[in-house]
Design a protein around this ligand. Structure first.
Ligand SMILES: *Cc1c(COP(=O)(O)O)cnc(C)c1O
Length: 385
């Protein structure tokens, strides 16, 4: 594939955040990067892939699209992520890959998991869609595993509207991955135009006082599938690969990435500062908080809280103009609990993930006005668990 000048420039900027090893590749979305990586590892029918039972449905989708079997692991209440201990308990002779998920900015136990997997001859991929720019024990997120993938979808660490990146650290897989990438379909002119429109709307969402009005417009457009948002209908109703899935990135994404990645260091810093404030506050009020032992290795894309009644809490937040996130409102977001069996998940096996998904909301960590968020949660402290 010919590399454009924009792509070269974008690659250089990305490399500053992900370490000096490995190779960077681009895709239309993060999930497509995962799909390409799975294929490059030769994973297929009869193979098992371990992942947390608290993720985005597009992750098990990629596993199912290549004919492999997702094996879910319950999460821990203080990290919202699967521990090494629980992952190890699920390893079988069929295990070919462990997905280490960076959840809200934290790749829990990625050191222990990669160490173990290497000894066992099991591949590892870091789902770094929440973790771009952060680190674990001073090593960049994404540099620990055989490979990692990142998302630049609109709510991720930095955005290109939608977009995906893979980082290949195990260079033995390079030829295979490049051969697979050669099969990427070019996005159509219309798709690139729609993406550019989406980027335009989003930019105006953050920079004008019409935020809430435009957010409603955006949601309305998404509902009627007029914007290419996160997950299309096919991807959340079943496990067959949608047509035209394996799509390449476009220059529009490279241009947008070059602009937005430059603000990342400042935003990452603010996320850490605000999250410490949230932790101190929640701890003081005896509420569920992210254990301080994780803070050093956490980049806090979102700050998870648990509330008694999510619907009521969201209405109050909208009235107060507090922008909350809703990840992950299902163990495989956004699939309803009753449909999870289609993804091979028996929810009774994952009590922690199930409970968290029923009560979770996320506080904004990049806000310039953390006092406003604290004032809001102070007022509604009885609704928080
Ligand atoms: C957003 C997300 C993805 C997928 O990223 P896309 O770019 O939307 O494909 C994968 N895993 C997790 C945990 C995510 O939150």
């Amino acid at each position: 594939m010919n590399k454009t000048i924009k792509q070269e420039e974008y690659t250089k900027l990305i490399r500053k955040h992900v370490g000096d090893n490995g190779h960077v590749f681009f895709y239309w979305k993060g999930r497509i990067a995962l799909y390409a990586l799975l294929k490059s590892m030769g994973i297929g029918k009869g193979d098992e892939v371990i992942l947390p039972a608290f993720s985005c449905v597009v992750v098990p989708n990629a596993i199912l699209y290549i004919g492999a079997t997702p094996v879910y692991v319950d999460i821990e209440p203080d990290s919202y992520n699967a521990s090494f201990k629980n992952i190890e308990a699920k390893v079988s002779p069929k295990t070919k890959l462990i997905i280490c998920q960076n959840t809200f900015g934290l790749s829990v136990d990625v050191d222990a998991i990669t160490d173990y997997a290497q000894r066992k001859g099991i591949y590892t991929i870091e789902d770094c869609t929440h973790g771009f720019g952060g680190s674990y024990n001073n090593k960049p997120n994404g540099s620990w595993c055989d490979a990692a993938f990142y998302s630049t979808q609109w709510n991720k660490p930095f955005s290109t509207g939608i977009g995906g990146i893979s980082l290949l650290n195990n260079l033995k897989l390079q030829d295979k991955l490049e051969a697979i990438n050669a099969g990427l379909i070019k996005p159509s002119f219309t798709e690139v135009q729609m993406l550019s429109a989406l980027i335009f709307i989003r930019k105006n969402l953050v920079s004008t006082s019409n935020y809430w009005l435009l957010l409603k417009l955006y949601r309305w457009l998404s509902k009627y599938k007029l914007v290419i948002g996160s997950s299309g209908g096919d991807e959340i109703t079943g496990t067959a690969i949608p047509s035209g899935y394996f799509k390449a990135a476009s220059n529009a994404q490279f241009r947008e990435g070059i602009k937005n990645i430059k603000q990342l260091p400042e935003i990452l810093e603010r996320r850490k500062v605000n999250s410490k404030i949230y932790t101190d506050f929640l701890k003081l009020h005896n509420k569920t908080y992210v254990n301080e032992k994780w803070h050093n290795n956490h980049s806090f894309l979102k700050y998870p809280i648990l509330v008694k009644n999510r619907h009521d809490f969201i209405l109050k937040a909208e009235a107060a103009e507090i922008e909350l996130g809703e990840w992950f409102c299902s163990p495989l977001h956004p699939v309803p609990e009753t449909e999870l069996y289609k993804w091979g998940m028996n929810i009774s096996e994952f009590p922690v993930a199930l409970n968290m998904s029923r009560h979770i909301l996320n506080l904004p960590t990049d806000t310039m006005n953390v006092e406003k968020v604290i004032a809001f949660i102070t007022q509604n402290i009885d609704l928080i668990l």
